[in-house]
Design a protein around this ligand. Structure first.
Ligand SMILES: [Zn+2]
Ligand SMILES: [Zn+2]
Length: 461
């Protein structure tokens, strides 16, 4: 694949002797996308012709202001806040003040002039106002069962902040190589095929979070954003809202970008089988060409709340109202016992019941055998064992087992606000672009199936 390359023949990454034409950084062969990549500026080169075939880098790189260096006139209308406790850096317009850190809740914010230019390529304005955001939060909280009281309080919902998050919109021409083996049944014949396809398509504007303050999972969970509503950035849009500064450049997150494009390549490749085959040992490799990145601010209502030492995040897409988050669940009394006492719970609960019922049993038996202490104690012991045994069976069968089943069901059932969901590949597919599939499927063998289900004979042709 690579002419004269040393160290690449085994498919491993290595440093190429050539330098990046853009920044003179070292080029690395990236097996995942099948091209040479400069990890310094993000440029992508064809490994044979050495032609530049795209870039993970930004077309315009914001300049850092040195100390004492005058801030550009277009940045004079903005102010930067830094959180003393978590280091979050937010930007807003001069008329908007920040009173607490929307990420960690700390009230110690230090304001200063901008330390870096602020020039996103575009911005999607908020469509969901705070009232609506708080309603959506209330709906979310009431849809969850037994949330700790804190989360229902006005104090917490008031903390929802309107934040423009920096995202990198990545597009590329993708070539997905699919190899698999497929079986197709037709009557009593089974046909096996070697499936091999090369699919070419383009994905556009796949979002990646540029701020460590918002995880990629949360972003994917509230996607998609409608880019037709994106406008050119102007500071007036920041009024009443905050913008997080990016702290990670797209050329530093090539691995993450490739990972998502690979998942999409697999999804796209799987769709191509159309359910015709029973597919086995499938393998997908997605190469990227003409990579391009745009810098966009997207609107989200964001809340972070610390509860019992853990941070809980809640996000609303400020354009579509899509909600995502995770809330702690308040444990019921029984759940607390089960957690503490584990599998011994039925026995412990039954022992408790038996002890409680011992007093009436003791009174009753004392009436029956006032003169015979030995019989009295014997019967009391038998009564206790019967009570314990019976309540053990009841607690075990009806409470404990059903509790464990409910817990298992809860874990397997998908929460509507589950974090692990991302839009399907179709969301980012360029439909008016070229979508091609080169089919190199090869017929392997045909087999005749005879005999009954338990005694099948395959006859090769
Ligand atoms: Zn470079
Ligand atoms: Zn903070």
């Amino acid at each position: 694949m690579i002419a004269g390359g040393t160290g690449f023949d085994n498919g491993l990454s290595g440093t190429y002797s050539s330098k990046c034409a853009g920044c003179a950084g070292n080029l690395t062969y990236d097996t995942s996308i099948g091209a040479l990549v400069c990890h310094q500026c993000g440029k992508v080169y064809d490994s044979q012709s050495m032609e530049e075939t795209g870039s993970f880098g930004l077309a315009f790189r914001e300049k850092e202001y040195a100390e004492g260096e005058p801030v550009d006139t277009e940045d004079l209308d903005k102010v930067e806040y830094v959180c003393d406790s978590c280091g979050a850096q937010i930007i807003t317009d001069k008329r908007t003040t920040a009173t607490f850190c929307s990420f960690c809740g700390s009230p110690t914010l230090i304001s200063r002039r901008l330390t870096r230019q602020f020039k996103p390529d575009m911005i999607i304005p908020f469509k969901i106002d705070k009232e609506r955001a708080m309603d959506l939060y209330d709906e979310f909280v009431s849809s969850a069962k037994s949330v700790p009281k804190d989360f229902r309080s006005a104090k917490v919902r008031e903390r929802l902040s309107g934040i423009y998050m920096p995202v990198w919109l990545v597009g590329a021409d993708c070539i997905t190589d699919v190899t698999a083996s497929g079986k197709r049944k037709d009557g009593d014949m089974v046909y096996s095929h070697d499936l091999s396809r090369v699919i070419s398509y383009s994905l556009a504007d796949v979002p990646f979070t540029g701020s460590g303050k918002m995880s990629q999972r949360l972003l994917e969970a509230v996607e998609p954003f409608d880019l037709t509503e994106a406008v050119e950035f102007n500071t007036s849009l920041l009024q009443g809202f905050y913008a997080y500064k990016y702290d990670n450049l797209p050329e530093r997150m090539i691995d993450k970008i490739e990972e998502r494009f690979n998942i999409y390549g697999e999804e796209f490749g799987k769709n191509g089988f159309d359910g015709l085959y029973e597919v086995r040992s499938d393998n997908y490799i997605t190469a990227l060409r003409r990579v391009n990145v745009r810098y966009c601010m997207v609107p989200v209502w964001f809340m972070c709340y610390e509860y019992e030492g853990l941070y809980y995040h809640f996000v609303i897409n400020g354009q579509t109202g899509e909600v995502c988050g995770r809330l702690p669940e308040k444990d019921s009394f029984f759940a607390r016992i089960v957690k503490k006492a584990g599998k011994f719970t039925p026995a412990l609960v039954s022992a408790g019941v038996a002890v409680l019922l011992m007093f009436p049993a003791w009174l009753f038996l004392r009436e029956l055998y006032p003169e015979d202490p030995e019989l009295f104690w014997m019967y009391l012991l038998i009564t206790l064992s019967v009570i314990f045994g019976a309540s053990f069976i009841i607690v075990y069968k009806f409470a404990y087992i059903s509790y464990v089943r409910r817990q298992l069901a809860k874990e397997s059932e998908k929460n509507p606000h589950e974090l692990d969901r991302r839009p399907p590949v179709e969301q980012y597919l360029v439909y008016d672009g070229k979508i091609e599939m080169e089919n190199r499927d090869r017929f392997g063998a045909a087999m005749k199936v005879t005999g009954d289900m338990n005694n099948r004979n395959y006859h090769f042709f």
